[in-house]
Design a protein around this ligand. Structure first.
Ligand SMILES: [Fe+2]
Ligand SMILES: [Fe+2]
Length: 330
């Protein structure tokens, strides 16, 4: 998911009558909607999948902001396709949460009333066109590192949704890299714009992996349940190792003077992350929290007629189907 799962919940032990559930986990099988599962597992998954879904649809806003200002028709078409993909990701994920008995309207209500979170990364503003490059390259890039292991998550519908999502995220990451590559090999002003965007998005991207392992209360339980496969710090390190050579290929600098190659560990060492900033953004004090929520609520209210019309049409079609005699089999 898009990180930032800080909700503290009590550790609930698996009861003995959940032996079948445990046997499926032990065999690295998939839990399907028909299977019995501990209530805590079900609730935990609903919350995680819903917060992931919320992140996908809120994530449309910072980039949707640039569709009318994309520098060419080709860039506009690509950006529109990307933003539309994010809506689709939200849709798969809300549908996956519904297989666990959640109601989509309730989940949206939790988002709109601030009782469920979305990834803090989307509370930062998109100031220039280069931000479209930095978001694709770094934010979608971090999203991929977080989400690829979820393709092997223990809950079948979530894992299967992630397979398609990750393929699309990979396109998003490449288009972001390509935008930055064009800018960084353009005029000095374009290169400076690309560098400025990378400077602003680097640290928030590292924070997308959540708090350090020692202060991540849910990690142990999520790993035991086969929802999470790697710790926050393992995934963050993987992202840094993947991204540093790409920054070199872009001829852009990552804003961390302590970034250095450690030949002994085979990893890139990075400087300390200022998590106080992240916690402020999570608390609602980020640059765009209020704006994102206001826009989301307004979009939901203004879209009410579409939902009502779709529901009325579906009801009418169902009634017509029931009235029709079944077609003869040839
Ligand atoms: Fe996405
Ligand atoms: Fe994406």
């Amino acid at each position: 998911m898009y990180g930032n799962d800080f909700t503290q919940q009590p550790i609930v032990e698996i009861a003995e009558d959940d032996a079948d559930f445990q046997a499926i986990l032990d065999a690295d099988g998939r839990i399907e909607p028909r299977d019995a599962m501990p209530e805590a597992y079900r609730k935990n998954l609903i919350r995680q999948i819903a917060q992931h879904a919320h992140s996908e649809i809120i994530g449309m806003q910072p980039e949707g902001n640039w569709i009318t200002r994309a520098p060419s028709l080709k860039r506009k078409a690509i950006l529109m396709a990307k933003v539309q993909d994010e809506a689709g990701h939200g849709l798969y994920l809300y549908a996956a949460a519904e297989t666990l008995g959640a109601d989509r309207a309730d989940l949206l209500d939790l988002l709109h009333t601030g009782r469920q979170k979305y990834s803090s990364i989307f509370n930062y503003p998109t100031l220039t066109w280069a931000d479209m490059g930095a978001i694709g390259w770094l934010v979608d890039g971090a999203g991929i590192v977080n989400q690829v292991p979820l393709c092997r998550c223990s809950y079948g519908p979530y894992a299967r949704a992630m397979v398609r999502v990750c393929k699309e995220e990979s396109f998003h990451q490449r288009q972001g890299f390509e935008i930055l590559h064009t800018l960084s090999h353009g005029t000095p002003a374009q290169k400076a714009m690309a560098q400025d965007a990378v400077d602003r998005w680097w640290w928030p991207s590292l924070m997308m992996f959540g708090p350090p392992d020692e202060s991540s209360p849910n990690t142990e339980r999520s790993m035991r349940w086969g929802i999470k496969r790697f710790s926050n710090d393992e995934l963050r390190q993987r992202f840094v190792d993947m991204t540093v050579p790409q920054a070199q290929a872009l001829d852009l600098t990552l804003p961390d003077p302590q970034l250095s190659w450690d030949a002994a560990t085979g990893h890139w060492e990075y400087g300390a992350i200022d998590f106080t900033e992240l916690f402020e953004v999570i608390k609602g004090n980020g640059p765009c929290n209020a704006q994102r929520m206001a826009h989301r609520r307004r979009a939901h209210e203004e879209g009410a007629w579409v939902r009502e019309a779709a529901l009325a049409y579906a009801t009418k079609r169902d009634a017509e189907r029931e009235a029709e005699p079944p077609a003869a089999v040839a």
